[in-house]
Design a protein around this ligand. Structure first.
Ligand SMILES: [Zn+2]
Length: 194
């Protein structure tokens, strides 16, 4: 479990940048890149044995680390890449037409305005749909197919995207990330409902 644990990395201003694995986190510690820690969880990483003392070294890695070398980057424009895994997660594994929950393999990417009608393959034009609903809709718009879209598709913000890409998010990491989401975001509304 520990080996899979992702560490939340912040820039020097305290804004979430993304996930790093424990190996990268350890390198950041050893190269003195950590400005401060702000998680409540410490993960203890075992190092090697000292040749002289025969004592084993340990490194405590905090669950949320702010790093110094991203100052220059500040916060460049962010475009979340679109992939089915993250899309289905955005829609809570629900088909946005029939409202039922499905496994990954039974969901598909539906283009609300079909590609054949000039619709784009972008976050704001795609929703999760079960294969049955997607087949039924075919190359039509929801209106033409007489199907009601249950929620308006949106493009996740940087922080929302970080949450969607998280594998095993610790409670303190989630609390930190949620505090960086606008209360009016559709993502926040959805999260509160889950
Ligand atoms: Zn459906």
């Amino acid at each position: 479990m520990f080996n899979n644990q992702q560490i939340l990395r912040l820039n020097s201003a305290g804004h979430p940048i993304g996930w790093v694995n424990y190996e990268i986190a350890a390198r950041l510690y050893y190269t003195d890149q950590i400005i401060y820690e702000c998680g409540t969880t410490n993960l203890r990483l075992r190092g090697g044995y000292n040749r002289i003392t025969q004592l084993r070294s340990y490194l405590n890695i905090n669950s949320i680390i702010a790093t110094r070398n991203l100052n220059k980057l500040h916060y460049p424009a962010f475009t979340p890449s679109l992939n089915n895994k993250t899309l289905f997660k955005r829609d809570a594994n629900k088909c946005l037409y029939c409202g039922n929950t499905f496994d990954y393999k039974d969901l598909s990417r539906d283009h609300v305005l079909p590609l054949s009608q000039g619709g784009e393959d972008i976050w704001t034009n795609v929703v999760s749909a079960c294969k049955r609903c997607n087949n039924h809709k075919g190359g039509r718009t929801p209106e033409k197919a007489n199907m009601l879209l249950l929620a308006i598709p949106f493009s996740p913000s940087r922080v929302e995207y970080i949450i969607l890409r998280g594998r095993t998010i610790l409670a303190d990491q989630m609390e930190f990330l949620i505090s960086h989401i606008s209360k009016s975001s559709p993502f926040f509304q959805r999260y509160k409902k889950l």
